[in-house]
Design a protein around this ligand. Structure first.
Ligand SMILES: Nc1ncnc2c1ncn2[C@@H]1O[C@H](COP(=O)(O)OP(=O)(O)OP(=O)(O)O)[C@@H](O)[C@H]1O
Length: 168
């Protein structure tokens, strides 16, 4: 009888400790995730700007960033891929980004945006271009990348720019 009481107590302690550790882990992960990004709601366009925490992004003011982003035109296009056009976003003489625009005209393009966020969001590697943040509205999504000033691998290998479509 005493033995079964001990077992029940042991199981109870294990279950409670498991639940408490899960709660602590969730809180820690949530705090880390919150610290990693800054979210700004743009009251004019209704869009949401998310800037991932990095030394470069921390020097920027979100409203200045939004203002420059809204002023992107066809003249700023530097390339085009399967999902849309890529623009050069210049903040000042020393800070520029590559902004990939994905128009929200199909569920496939929305999935493309989510896939790219999932794939690039957590990767930090010197051989992989850094994703600094994103901007999302009801009409389009923008992915904000580190600007690669030496062009693409295509151009290095074949000496031509494979700009097939310009989707604006
Ligand atoms: N971070 C960047 N810096 C400079 N130029 C870039 C950057 N990202 C893209 N580009 C330019 O835009 C072009 C298209 O890039 P993008 O990633 O959209 O196309 P992709 O490689 O075909 O990929 P996807 O199939 O995912 O659209 C590139 O070939 C390059 O010239």
């Amino acid at each position: 009888m005493g033995n079964s009481k001990n077992i029940a107590l042991y199981v109870f302690i294990c279950v409670v400790s498991f639940i408490i550790s899960k709660i602590i882990m969730t809180i820690v992960c949530y705090r880390r995730w919150k610290r990693k990004q800054m979210v700004v709601q743009d009251s004019l366009s209704g869009g949401k700007l998310v800037m991932f925490n990095s030394p470069k992004m921390n020097t920027l003011k979100s409203n200045m960033f939004l203002k420059r982003t809204m002023k992107l035109t066809n003249k700023d296009i530097i390339g085009s891929g399967g999902y849309g056009a890529v623009y050069k976003l210049t903040i000042n003489e020393s800070i520029s980004f590559a902004v990939k625009r994905l128009n929200r005209i199909s569920a496939e393009q929305d999935r493309g945006f989510e896939r790219e966020l999932e794939a690039m969001g957590d990767i930090k590697h010197r051989n992989i271009v850094t994703l600094h943040g994103y901007y999302s509205t009801t009409q389009y999504n923008l992915l904000i990348y580190e600007l690669m000033t030496n062009g693409s691998l295509d151009e290095v290998l074949y000496g031509i720019c494979l700009c097939l479509f310009l989707i604006v």
